[in-house]
Structures are given as C-alpha cells and as structure tokens.
Design a protein around this ligand. Structure first.
Ligand code: CA2
Length: 144
C-alpha cells in the first residue's frame, strides 16, 4: 500500500515562522514522523510539497494507477482552488484533507473548502497528529 502526502503553499516554512499557529517543528520532521509511523505498518509513503497550484495538479495526476491513497493539506488553495479537487476526483484515489490549525476557529474565509467534497474525511486542528489520523482513516478505508 502506498500513500502520497501532499503539502501546499508555504508549508515549507513550518518551524521557521508563525510557531504559535503552526507549531515549532519543520516539514522534514513532519515527513519523518509520518514515514516512520506508516513504515511501522508496512505502508510506503511519498511526500510532495509545492507552492504552485498547477504543480500540485500534475503530482496528483502522476499518482494515477500507482498510489492507493492521498493525504493532502492544500493550505491556502483549500479556499480558492477548483483545479485541485477536480484532479483528486479525476484520478479517483481516496483522499483525506488535513489542516494543522482549526480552520473553523480562524478567519471566515478559511471555513470554505473546495477540497472537502472530494475527500472521504477532513482532519482539522490536530497539528502533526492530524496527518497520522488521516493515514489511519485511509488505511481503514482501503482494508474494507
Ligand atoms: O491549518 C492549515 O494547515 C492550513 O492549511 C495552513 C495554510 C492556511 O492558508 C489554511 O487556511 C490552513 C497556511 C500554511 C502556511 O504555512 C506556514 C507555516 C509556517 C509559517 C508560515 C506559514
């Protein structure tokens, strides 16, 4: 089983700025944690981060036929992109949306997600643990 973990714009800044909202740990630390957790369950992981919407669409399309599940934090594109949910729907790979912060308790515009409708679940406000929860949801879904 292979899970692709995608992080959107500015998440490469994790651990560098805004630790009060996004925590003090880096993207590499997040990737190491998820890779070790999934590795312990015999699940392969692949990680991708981009600041560019079209590149994220290209990566989702490249996952077609060689990836079992997608964990995605689309970051700001959550609230603006139609192309990313279209790509998830097009490849037909089960996906879970993750947000480090609780987007419902922040600015009004963050409550809108164009990605949620094409995902089997959304995990919000659980910081790094949210990515583990997302993997668990997808593993259970695929085992059914
Ligand atoms: O809570 C989340 O995970 C978000 O997806 C993060 C996005 C934000 O636009 C969404 O509304 C919620 C922003 C990511 C910015 O990441 C940074 C990390 C460290 C320092 C600065 C920005």
């Amino acid at each position: 089983m292979k899970i692709l973990i995608i992080n959107g714009p500015n998440l490469n800044m994790l651990g560098i700025r805004e630790p009060d909202i996004y925590g003090a740990a880096t993207l590499s630390q997040l990737e190491k944690m998820v890779s070790e957790y999934c590795g312990g369950l015999g699940i392969e992981t692949e990680f991708y981060q981009s600041n560019h919407e079209g590149d994220i669409v290209d990566r989702i399309q490249a996952a077609y036929l060689n990836t079992d599940a997608i964990v995605i934090n689309p970051a700001a594109y959550t609230h603006t992109s139609v192309a990313i949910p279209d790509a998830i729907k097009a490849v037909g790979i089960p996906a879970v949306e993750v947000h480090l912060s609780d987007v419902d308790k922040r600015e009004e515009f963050r409550r809108i997600s164009y990605v949620s409708p094409v995902c089997i679940a959304t995990v919000k406000g659980k910081h790094f643990k949210g990515y583990i929860e997302a993997c668990d949801i997808l593993i259970k879904h695929l085992e059914k």
